[in-house]
Design a protein around this ligand. Structure first.
Ligand SMILES: [Fe+2]
Length: 235
């Protein structure tokens, strides 16, 4: 079981505040069955340049690593990544490919929460076509009330991948919508997007349980196979 979206690294964003919280989040994820976890702190281009971000991420990972190595069975294997917040012109940003998931060409892109424009789709296409990146759109459920045409275009776009949070399968307002999308082959990856141990805690297993009950295990198998391919590219 692979969690491709999490804010577990300590003290780097609005996720885990310290090492103790990070270790507890990781232990809880492992208990739920997560074997591999991408650690994807927020990257905001207006607050950080990629180089500084990567240094901060490395420092945070270093602080955790001795604890993880002392008891590897207790935690998922961790791979470094980022949740890259969209900005106009990201397609042309040369450093952006340093922020992929592990060593892969997959990049977790968080769209804007403001009104989408065609320029956003254009940037996604440039990332794919000119930078040879595999764009994974983070937590699609948060954008389903954006312009319907743009959302549809994005979802139908070739070689653009869609991630949904486990929570979307648990909440009444979103459950039907994401189940329908998953059934139609429009959701490719799952993540917990966990930030802490309270209101945004590790919850991947619960969302998967809903998927298994409502759609059947084969949908989880397809997600897991795609996750394994991502993992193989990331290592
Ligand atoms: Fe996130």
């Amino acid at each position: 079981m692979i969690d491709i979206h999490s804010h577990v690294l300590p003290g780097i964003d609005d996720g885990s505040s310290d090492i103790t919280m990070s270790l507890t989040m990781l232990k809880e994820s492992r208990r739920q069955g997560v074997t591999d976890m991408f650690l994807t702190p927020h990257f905001y281009a207006d607050m950080n340049d990629p180089q500084k971000f990567l240094q901060k991420r490395q420092d945070a990972a270093q602080a955790l690593s001795e604890y993880l190595e002392s008891n590897p069975e207790a935690f998922p294997r961790c791979i470094l990544g980022a949740e890259v917040h969209y900005f106009r012109g990201i397609g042309k940003s040369e450093d952006i490919s340093k922020l992929t998931l592990g060593r892969s060409r997959y990049i977790l892109l968080e769209p804007t929460f403001r009104t989408w424009t065609p320029a956003f789709l254009e940037d996604v296409r440039i990332l794919r076509d000119e930078q040879d990146l595999k764009v994974v759109i983070a937590h699609i459920e948060r954008y389903l009330d954006q312009d319907k045409h743009l959302v549809r275009e994005l979802i139908e776009e070739e070689d653009v991948y869609i991630q949904s949070n486990s929570e979307a399968f648990l909440e009444r307002w979103s459950r039907k919508k994401v189940l329908k999308m998953l059934e139609g082959g429009k959701i490719h990856f799952l993540g917990s997007d966990c930030h802490n141990l309270t209101e945004r805690r590790p919850n991947l297993r619960e969302g998967r349980k809903v998927i298994e009950e409502k759609l059947g295990k084969e949908y989880l198998d397809a997600i897991d196979q795609r996750g394994q391919r991502l993992l193989a590219a990331a290592r």
